[in-house]
Write a protein that binds this ligand. Structure first.
Ligand code: ATP
Ligand code: MG
Length: 242
């Protein structure tokens, strides 16, 4: 069974508004990473919004088609159940940070699950170490740089240990070393069996992805192994992706 199954997905933000996603279908297995790219406004963040299940709870939005997570229809999952299936790091991380310290931020979700204290501490330490941000433990998330905020939001998502990870341009504001750290972490998470979907403009940063999905004006233009894409510079150039 595929961990993420998107089938004939269409989305409008408002009834009668423009169709922002048009008949999108693809699958991602556990232990697989796909990168999603495309020009600004093509629908990458909207796709994440739909896969995360949040679109189902947006009363104005009109969604058709299916999004299944581990075989479960996102229409039938409540918000708390969705959080155990899929973790998302938003393009704008400010929207998901609300605790006074980085440590509190990462501990928040496992505390809500009422996990034992020792296990919460273990999850917090593991997430901080994996992303190389242990030094930020006591910092105020609001005072961090954009790249650091993304790392903290990712650490908070990892603390819930969901089988599906959705990352919306998490590398965009990181320096070279930060990008390398996140790349190493994502490869480890993939090896652990997670299904990873990473939106990125910078294709080199995600060259290790198994497949690359290119979107254009709300449609899925192609879904191919990353290596063959990166070799086809003419295609990438004509689509404005280099
Ligand atoms: N909350 C919203 N309400 C109405 N329309 C929206 C909303 N969010 C996005 N859109 C529209 O949906 C389309 C896709 O936007 P989306 O943010 O998904 O693109 P994107 O590929 O993530 O772009 P970027 O690379 O700039 O992040 C755009 O035309 C955008 O204007
Ligand atoms: Mg976006």
């Amino acid at each position: 069974m595929e961990t993420v199954m998107v089938r004939g997905l269409n989305y409008r933000y408002h009834p009668g508004g423009p169709l922002v996603l048009k008949d999108i279908s693809f699958q991602v297995a556990g232990g697989e990473m796909v990168a999603v790219t495309g020009l600004s406004g093509c629908g990458k963040s909207t796709l994440c919004f739909c896969i995360s299940g949040a679109a189902r709870h947006n009363r104005d939005g009109v969604m058709s088609g299916d999004v299944l997570l581990n075989g479960k229809d996102t229409r039938e999952l409540r918000a708390a159940e969705l959080a155990l299936e899929v973790g998302m790091v938003f393009q704008d991380p400010e929207t998901q940070l609300f605790s006074p310290t980085v440590e509190d931020e990462i501990a928040f979700a496992p505390e809500n699950l009422c996990l034992p204290t020792a296990q919460i501490r273990e999850r917090v330490d593991h997430a901080l170490d994996l992303l190389g941000i242990a030094a930020l433990r006591e910092a105020n998330p609001y005072k961090l740089s954009g790249g650091e905020k993304h790392l903290v939001a990712l650490a908070a998502v990892l603390a819930l240990d969901p089988p599906v990870l959705l990352l919306d341009e998490v590398m965009s504001q990181l320096d070279r070393a930060g990008k390398k750290r996140v790349a190493a972490a994502l490869q480890r998470l993939r090896d652990m069996g997670k299904a990873v979907i990473a939106v990125e403009h910078n294709l080199e940063a995600v060259s290790f992805a198994d497949r690359l999905l290119v979107m254009e004006k709300g449609t899925l233009l192609c879904d191919e192994p990353t290596a063959s894409f990166l070799a086809d510079r003419v295609f990438l150039n004509t689509r404005g992706l280099l």
